[in-house]
Design a protein around this ligand. Structure first.
Ligand code: ADP
Ligand code: MG
Length: 595
């Protein structure tokens, strides 16, 4: 009989990395006190260790029973006073070396099993070093800091999961703060659909629609042609055979080509420009041109011959043909077509009619100004070009950029996040050999409320396509990603499959738990089973960046992210007087679409 106070019992079954332990009936208490600390034997999620020579093998308790798990012999099941623990082996420590995940030496029947003390845990988690950030404290001990490997956390990607109110946003703040505090050259972009993070990061650079200092703009000309055709005129690539779609493509290509030598970020070869190139042009010119085709009058009657060369430009001054003004959305005017069979003939390009109307309404809709009227990035004559945008977003001294998307209409949220993601990814891909970006200065992109736009059932999602690419290939070019969501079961499976570190807070929905289980390494289901019972701000962390799967408490940060919720009780406790002037300004705003 082993008299050590940590002695638990012996191994009675080994089944690959699952072992079963019979707890000795000599144990004086189920809650021994070691160095003043109470240890509870057989708690799910706690650790045990098996010393074999100079190796200590570590495992996590996954189930507890008063009968052995695999026995047909009912007499054994009757053993009274015995208890059995099922344990998943997770790692080993050889001599004085650091703890490592994975098992090289397996224990066998009758090997001794011991409690893991706080001292053992200190040895496992080690000290903070340049490669790690502190993520929180171990749930079993306020003194025990848990570190994660920052390289693996970021570049192998991570996910923060948990039901509403479980503490995801606070966890996000904790992690980002630790990164920003510890690493001067770090850089992070936080995609913040509800605009809740600015309050937690007073030093961050925050871009927001209509903000006086840092207005958020996403120039529409970042869209490739299919995206632009869809958002401007509702056309799909399947329309490619239609003359109006082809005309539209030609027009966009021409407008972009024309500007190849007017680029503030540096001119490009004309022939390299396609309808998909991110080259500025004036969207109002598109409308003006299409309007022109629609309303021009021609000297020829057939559509084929009604090209720009046969148009009746000012025959004489009295014809009073004016070119209009694209910037002010004034259409060109033409000699009216004649009613008879002689020239000038009416335009046969009436198929442009719907494009013309749609483009005009898009341009005039102020909700879309951040895309189609993007301030300093409006067109080729504007002050700024894409290098300014990149310097603002990922090259600034603030290290953290928050893209507050709270003012983005829901119908364009997906394309907006898609454009942001693709543009940043492209800048890292094509900048991979530069000294100041790409692999030389990795970048973290964090996506809050990810289930709203990375939905696995949405096959047409622009953002999903772009974010999946980062999860699959970003690491090679220095781009890491973090998704934050309350509905992991709705998230793209490609994304979840590439998540290296899972930070799972309290999660009550069973289909969400199922997803976390299937995403977490196989033998850790018992830890995941704890999810519904975690406390607020408590997380189970598993995966590549953490030394040993752990239950961790995060600290509550101050200042906090601001919650979206109105203060219902406070507001409903007031009294309100009716005033017939009320709602006037609301209606005006609905009509003008301006806050
Ligand atoms: N680590 C923590 N410790 C204590 N309370 C916390 C912690 N994390 C969050 N909370 C509390 O829970 C509330 C919700 O947290 P939040 O991070 O907004 O959750 P979620 O983003 O998952 O909805 C916070 O306002 C805070 O009061
Ligand atoms: Mg939140």
């Amino acid at each position: 009989m082993n008299n050590e106070i940590t002695y638990l019992g012996t191994i009675i079954r080994v089944d690959s990395s699952t072992i079963e332990i019979e707890i000795t009936d000599q144990i004086p208490s189920s809650a021994p006190i070691i160095n003043g600390r109470v240890y509870k034997i057989g708690q799910i999620g706690t650790f045990v260790k098996m010393p074999i020579g100079n190796i200590s093998i570590y495992g996590i308790v996954s189930s507890v029973s008063n009968t052995p798990s695999k026995s047909d012999d009912s007499s054994i099941k009757q053993i009274i006073g015995s208890r059995f623990l099922t344990v998943q082996l997770v790692g080993e420590k050889i001599g004085d070396r650091d703890f490592e995940k994975g098992i090289g030496t397996y224990p066998t029947i009758n090997d001794e099993v011991h409690l893991v003390t706080e001292k053992d845990l200190f040895e496992i988690y080690g000290q903070k070093d340049a490669n790690s950030i502190e993520i929180g404290k171990h749930s079993s001990s306020e003194n025990l800091a848990v570190f994660v490997d920052i390289h693996k956390l970021i570049l192998r990607h991570c996910a923060i999961l948990g039901s509403t109110g479980s503490g995801k946003s606070n966890t996000t703040v904790s992690i980002l703060k630790a990164i920003l505090d510890d690493y001067n050259g770090s850089r992070v972009i936080l995609v913040d659909p509800h605009g809740e993070y600015a309050s937690a990061f007073p030093d961050a650079k925050v871009f927001k629609i209509n903000d006086a200092d840092n207005p958020l703009v996403i120039p529409f000309w970042l869209m490739n042609f299919d995206e632009l055709a869809y958002f401007l005129v509702g056309a799909k690539p399947a329309d490619d055979a239609k003359p109006d779609y082809r005309k539209f493509r030609e027009l966009i290509t021409d407008l972009k080509r024309e500007n190849h030598d007017k680029l503030k970020s540096g001119n490009v070869e004309k022939n390299s420009v396609t309808a998909d190139s991110p080259i500025p042009f004036n969207v109002r010119k598109v409308w003006h041109e299409i309007n022109w085709w629609l309303n021009a009058t021609f000297s020829e009657s057939t559509r084929d011959k009604q090209t720009s060369t046969t148009v009746q430009l000012a025959k004489d001054a009295e014809d009073n043909i004016i070119n209009g003004n694209f910037d002010n959305l004034i259409p060109a005017e033409f000699v009216p077509y004649s009613m008879g069979t002689s020239a000038p003939y009416k335009s046969k390009h009436q198929d442009y009619y719907s494009y013309e109307k749609k483009i005009l309404s898009r341009i005039k809709d102020s909700r879309f100004d951040f895309l189609f009227n993007p301030g300093d990035y409006k067109d080729e004559n504007s002050k700024k070009d894409l290098h300014n945008l990149l310097n603002d977003w990922i090259g600034s001294n603030e290290k953290l950029t928050i893209l507050d998307l709270s003012g983005v209409p829901f119908e364009v949220l997906d394309i907006t996040i898609g454009l942001i993601t693709r543009f940043i990814y492209d800048s890292m891909f094509w900048g991979r050999f530069e000294e100041y970006t790409g692999k030389k200065r990795p970048l973290l992109l964090a996506y809050e409320e990810a289930h709203t736009y990375l939905n696995k059932n949405d096959n047409n999602s622009y953002s999903k396509k772009a974010v999946e690419r980062i999860f699959k290939e970003g690491r090679k070019f220095g781009v890491g990603a973090m998704v934050i969501t309350q509905r992991p079961s709705e998230i793209s499976e490609t994304i979840l499959a590439q998540v290296g570190t899972l930070i799972a807070l309290r999660l009550t929905n069973s289909s969400d738990q199922g997803i976390v289980k299937s995403t977490a390494p196989d033998n850790l289901n018992s830890l995941i089973d704890l999810l519904p019972s975690l406390r607020i701000g408590e997380a189970v962390i598993v995966g590549e960046s953490i030394k040993i799967p752990s239950r961790v408490r995060l600290k509550l940060n101050n200042p906090r992210p601001s919650s979206e919720d109105p203060k219902l009780v406070e507001e409903w406790s007031k009294t309100f007087e009716q005033n017939d002037e009320n709602y006037k300004s609301v209606v005006k705003k609905i009509r003008e679409q301006k806050i």
